[in-house]
Design a protein around this ligand. Structure first.
Ligand SMILES: *[C@@H]1O[C@H](CO)[C@@H](O)[C@H](O)[C@H]1NC(C)=O
Ligand SMILES: *[C@@H]1O[C@H](CO)[C@@H](O)[C@H](O)[C@H]1NC(C)=O
Ligand SMILES: *[C@@H]1O[C@H](CO)[C@@H](O)[C@H](O)[C@H]1NC(C)=O
Ligand SMILES: *[C@@H]1O[C@H](CO)[C@@H](O)[C@H](O)[C@H]1NC(C)=O
Ligand SMILES: *[C@@H]1O[C@H](CO)[C@@H](O)[C@H](O)[C@H]1NC(C)=O
Ligand SMILES: *[C@@H]1O[C@H](CO)[C@@H](O)[C@H](O)[C@H]1NC(C)=O
Ligand SMILES: *[C@@H]1O[C@H](CO)[C@@H](O)[C@H](O)[C@H]1NC(C)=O
Ligand SMILES: *[C@@H]1O[C@H](CO)[C@@H](O)[C@H](O)[C@H]1NC(C)=O
Ligand SMILES: *[C@@H]1O[C@H](CO)[C@@H](O)[C@H](O)[C@H]1NC(C)=O
Ligand SMILES: *[C@@H]1O[C@H](CO)[C@@H](O)[C@H](O)[C@H]1NC(C)=O
Length: 499
């Protein structure tokens, strides 16, 4: 049972189960008063059709920014936000590093449309495995990508202010300032820069749809501090041949970059496409990924924003799968995924993850919603973060198995030394707990803790109430295989109601 914020709850309702679906923006837990999690509201779900797995999000600009994992019943599984930092987090996802599943995310400071910070990799006990930073003396890396390649390297963007000639934009006498969209491939273990590419060296400022001074976030190009973000790199991928795929929101272009010399091999979309778009278009897109490639065909997935408020190419944002025929330099839309019912026009952010079973999982960006679709586009899940101030850069679904290095948490409460005792237990991030053994003492033998009950693990926090008074207790997490996974420390029962 959880306490719902912005509600006054009396003892009676605290001791009754309430559903997170009926609450305000945040949920807190008696066993973990340091955690407050955004409420995830499921508006549509077909349990027989959704893909097994957990939901990975990193909401920001709301009350409770941080990396979070939820199950598909909207229960919190892990909160990585302990209130110890004012940093924001982005792009929480499962990444294969050093041969096994890890968690990857960006952490840093948001600066308008980009960020400066670093990328963290945690193992399946939520212990840090590695931290990735930009190299070659450039600015700190940006939030828009943290893709691990081949279990060993990471692709990271850098928003690097640089001077250039902007006399064509009446920025005279100059110099003009632009944000060069740089990306680096970093060897995770050593931090070495394996590859570096600069948009300004390869894509002209004339290809931008987003002129200097359009708004404060874009920059007017007149100073370092207001450098013009003409390109706005927002995804980077790499294929088995060693070439890269870059998406840029402000040119509405997707670029294949040679891993040999950084040259642009082809441009899809934008002002200067080398490939014709036969039956579709896209703009302000995100999350361009290589799906399949051979000598004649490239299949990509992307999230079509369709709008940047200033220029609309579509009434609705959508996930897209497109095929490029290199023999004719023509591309066609194979599949698209739009939000159920009214459709959503996201004006920034968003992603399109193709799951191993070919279902699509879509994050709707500045609209803090996520959806799952069958391959044919049929929606089977739709959920939103209740706090409408929140944005979420990307949303993902993955299988995940974790056993936290921190012990389980327990809170025991009784109003007086002859009343019933309530136990709240949780283990932030654990996925394998089946049930809890509760060990507690009695008033007569205060230091002797013996098993008093078992309680099935329910959601993030399990509650058990004993009609007797127990001055001390600890709990034991038992795994799905019957193993003892971990014990909480022994706590004293408090007469102070948590909350
Ligand atoms: C879920 O999908 C199954 C299989 O297609 C279908 O029979 C069922 O009616 C669906 N349920 C809902 C609530 O849409
Ligand atoms: C990689 O994993 C192995 C175990 O599989 C471990 O011994 C080693 O320390 C890990 N290396 C890094 C850099 O995390
Ligand atoms: C431009 O500003 C950045 C901070 O955003 C700073 O790190 C950098 O040194 C400045 N560059 C120049 C050439 O002044
Ligand atoms: C991954 O490593 C293998 C073996 O070194 C190499 O052949 C392949 O091109 C690499 N893939 C990427 C995407 O770098
Ligand atoms: C268009 O792209 C070509 C390369 O395909 C490049 O040479 C040319 O400068 C670009 N034109 C503009 C206006 O950016
Ligand atoms: C390349 O892939 C496309 C579809 O992805 C397929 O239709 C075509 O047959 C493939 N060509 C070769 C030479 O494998
Ligand atoms: C684009 O669409 C949005 C949402 O429908 C609308 O608010 C905006 O005015 C449109 N912009 C243009 C330039 O048509
Ligand atoms: C994009 O495609 C739609 C549908 O074909 C069309 O109505 C619209 O004019 C196109 N927009 C642009 C900018 O080409
Ligand atoms: C698309 O770009 C527009 C303009 O910046 C923005 O308002 C919208 O939120 C974007 N939508 C998505 C899904 O990125
Ligand atoms: C937890 O405590 C129980 C009872 O003392 C013990 O049997 C079990 O081995 C402990 N579990 C772990 C993982 O230490």
């Amino acid at each position: 049972m959880a306490i719902h914020w912005k509600r006054k709850l009396g003892l009676a309702s605290i001791l009754a189960f309430t559903s997170p679906a009926d609450c305000a923006n945040g949920v807190s837990y008696q066993s973990r008063p340091d955690i407050r999690a955004p409420v995830l509201e499921i508006s549509f779900k077909n349990d027989s059709l959704i893909t097994p797995g957990y939901i990975f999000i990193a909401p920001y600009y709301g009350d409770m920014p941080g990396p979070y994992i939820y199950d598909t019943n909207a229960n919190l599984v892990w909160s990585g936000a302990d209130g110890s930092t004012t940093d924001i987090f982005h792009d929480l996802h499962v990444c294969a590093y050093n041969g096994s599943d890890h968690l990857c995310y960006f952490q840093g400071e948001q600066i308008g449309g980009y960020a400066r910070g670093h990328h963290e990799i945690l193992d399946r006990s939520y212990s840090p495995s590695a931290s990735v930073e930009s190299g070659n003396g450039l600015e700190m890396s940006d939030m828009h990508e943290s893709a691990v390649i081949n279990s060993t390297s990471m692709l990271i963007p850098i928003y690097q202010p640089r001077t250039t000639d902007l006399t064509a934009y009446n920025i005279v006498p100059g110099p003009g300032w632009v944000i060069d969209s740089v990306f680096q491939e970093i060897d995770i273990a050593s931090g070495a820069v394996l590859f570096q590419w600069s948009s300004l060296d390869h894509v002209a400022t004339s290809e931008s749809y987003t002129p200097p001074g359009l708004n404060q976030v874009v920059g007017d190009g007149r100073s370092n501090a207001s450098a013009w973000d003409y390109f706005h790199i927002n995804s980077i991928d790499k294929n088995g041949e060693g070439d890269y795929l870059v998406s840029a929101r402000h040119t509405s272009g997707i670029y294949k970059i040679s891993g040999a010399d950084g040259s642009v091999m082809w441009r899809l979309g934008g002002t200067n496409s080398t490939i014709q778009l036969a039956n579709y278009n896209f703009s302000s897109q995100h999350d361009a990924r290589f799906r399949e490639e051979n000598a004649t065909t490239t299949v990509l997935s992307l999230f079509d924003n369709g709008s940047d408020k200033y220029r609309n190419t579509s009434a609705f944002s959508s996930g897209m799968i497109v095929a490029i025929d290199h023999t004719t330099d023509t591309s066609t839309l194979l599949r698209s995924y739009t939000a159920p019912s009214a459709g959503i026009q996201a004006w920034s952010q968003g992603n399109c993850q193709i799951l191993p079973n070919r279902n699509a999982f879509i994050g709707w960006g500045n609209i803090p919603s996520m959806s799952e679709h069958l391959e044919d586009g049929t929606p089977v899940f739709f959920a939103s973060i209740a706090d409408f101030h929140t944005m979420n850069y990307r949303a993902y679904k993955y299988e995940w198995s974790a056993q936290p290095h921190e012990p389980p948490a327990l809170r025991a409460y009784s109003p007086s030394p002859n009343a019933a005792t309530t136990f709240w237990m949780s283990w932030n991030g654990a996925t394998e707990v089946d049930y809890w053994n509760i060990y507690a003492s009695t008033s007569a033998a205060a230091d002797q803790l013996t098993p008093i009950a078992q309680a099935d693990n329910v959601g993030f926090q399990t509650t058990y109430t004993s009609s007797a008074y127990h001055p001390k207790a600890f709990v034991e997490a038992i795994g799905k295989d019957g193993r003892s996974l971990a014990n909480s420390s022994t706590v004293s029962t408090s007469s102070i109601l948590p909350g």
